[in-house]
Ligand binder design. Sequence first.
Ligand SMILES: *Cc1c(COP(=O)(O)O)cnc(C)c1O
Length: 419
Amino acid sequence: MKKTFVTKGQLEHIVSQFPTPFHLYDEKGIRARARALKAAFAWNPGFKEYFAVKATPNPFILKILQEEGCGVDCSSLTELMMAKACGFTGEDIMFSSNDTPEEDFRYARSLEATINLDDITHIDFLDSIAGIPELISCRFNPGGYFSIANNIMDNPGDAKYGFTKEQIFEGYKKLQQLGAKRFGLHAFLASNTTTNDYYPELAKILFRLAVELKKETGAQIKFINLSGGVGIPYRPDQDPVDIAVVGEGVRRAFEEVLVPAGMEDVSIYTELGRYMLAPNGCLVTRAIHEKHTYKDYIGLDACAANLMRPAMYGAYHHITVMGKENLPCDHKYDVTGGLCENNDKFAVDRMLPQIDIGDLVVLHDTGAHGFAMGYNYNGKLRSAEILLCEDGNAKLIRRAETPKDYFATFDFTHLFDKI
Ligand SMILES: *Cc1c(COP(=O)(O)O)cnc(C)c1O
């Protein structure tokens, strides 16, 4: 049985201070994950996790991760601004963007962030606007299908990201001519993987490529960035990744490939978002309506604007009806939000205990790519974000939007002039 990180008693106290819906985060769980990841890679002295800001772009969350020794991986100008505001500087910041606007590159250079180039044409582009830094990284895309033990994991050949193998060699040479001295190598080949073999397999591919690159171009390779992609068990019947086993698998690949090539000083970096945060967040909602037509519906006070994954990917998010954890799941419901959009369903044909209006309904595993993917369709407002602190107190770490926020980008001056 999947359990919530918050008890019904704690949650009742929190909703007495902050109205539903809101995203709730678990500080204790976040710190525990950061520590487990660090321990799994402790064999590599230069190891660093660069948390993928896009997964949970909240300064309070970033500060917790900073205290645990993490850096940040940013994908845009505003994420870089948030990183700076949190006190991340220089090599604490990875900038892994694509289709990158000029001003983003310029700003990343001003922060001395480590730039991870997505495309070979970006070498000249970056050089012309902000110059090539001494430390720079390139993103690799091997093309074709990426499989582990004959299971197709993903289809990089169809993905817009990265350099081809040929382009990586050419790019490294060109970057050296333009002044680069130390290099990074990065790839993201599969998302939300739940096997312990993903990182070790990816590491082997990148380690072998790094050895070839060093041989052919003479480049000094400072780090290999395994990026994101380690997943979590969204469904109750799935097993979690064992991060210690993952770290050990990467260590073996390191010993096998890099050490014999005299490259034992290479640092391993990760850019995990989902693994770090998803299970440490949940969306707290209340049932506000029930409807019985051709199916039985429960209407929540949240909608896809608060959590898009089910509508967008058909993603499963486990649901707990607080206080009814031990009752039989003998009711079949579609659990919906209020968007005028029929895919605004958090669950379809889900077996749950009987839900009554006013019940607190918790959607699990929304701590990454949850609030972050929110939007304002139908004029819906983004919810608050609340941190369940280690000491048990609840802290508002982002207030809910108000109509004023929604209207803030209009200029009504001329309209009012006429009236
Ligand atoms: C999205 C993203 C991540 C994080 O991915 P998760 O699946 O959340 O681990 C890391 N790096 C890059 C470049 C990304 O685009």
